[in-house]
Design a protein around this ligand. Sequence first.
Ligand SMILES: [Zn+2]
Length: 302
Amino acid sequence: MFQTTIQRPVSAHGVGLHTGVHSELRLVPAPADAGIVFRRSDLECFRIEAHGSNVARVSYATSLMKQGVLLSTTEHLLAAIYSCGIDNIYMDIDAIEVPILDGSAEPFMQLLDEAGLRKLRRKRRYLKVLKPVEVVEDGRRIGIYPADEFRVCCYVDFPHPMVGQQEVEMAVNAESFRQVLSRARTFCFEADIEPLRAMGLIRGGSLDNAIVLTKDGVLNGPLRYADEFGRHKALDLIGDLALVGLPLLGRVEARKAGHALHTQLVGSLLSDTTAWKITTDEPVVRNRPRFEERFASARAAD
Ligand SMILES: [Zn+2]
């Protein structure tokens, strides 16, 4: 397996979910071993690597910070890039926050389609998990375990008639991400809107970029999937796992987790150097069934 980047620069623009600040995002090809790197184009292209060592505040979104320079709401863009197997890319942004677009990762997938994929002449390096690492906190938990491919299992349980218990379990690759997760949008509860606004958050939030749950229904339906909430949480999880900095060979299980727990897991994993190794060995791919079949059986088993 060789490292990849994109073929050509592409761009999009929109407002940030939390700041409401308008920004232009430009994706630019990067050389081998450059990694996945944000650049603040309004600050002389100041570089912030998408890496666990740069995680800053984490509450309703994941923010990176390096030497006091902040970049917010990285998870949906990173989920698309990481799932598509892009090893090297520059993400130039001329403001503090990644545009939210429609609240899902679909617009980023379209952007990556437009950019095209380019193979580089350097072997891909994987981070292979060797032993379990877990983070547990108040009935929420997340763990990563050895596996021959990158898999996620994400379980959510919200006390709301439209949500309840939802679970997604799948091997992550460009195809599975596109079909199962990429279109799932972010969501919030109507009752949380005023408190969040009072905290200075969701200033760019609107009915065009988030599903709003009322007391017993959805304000701006229809949903794209009946279990869109669980799927979006899995999307968020993958976007945060991108902060490992290399493609993962491991299985991640998240139960009622969120950005804080996701990024704590990344930090715990990276700091325990006996829990993983970096390898260029190809992952073992046994006669794997197509992901749709596995996904269908996982759903049927719910
Ligand atoms: Zn999200």
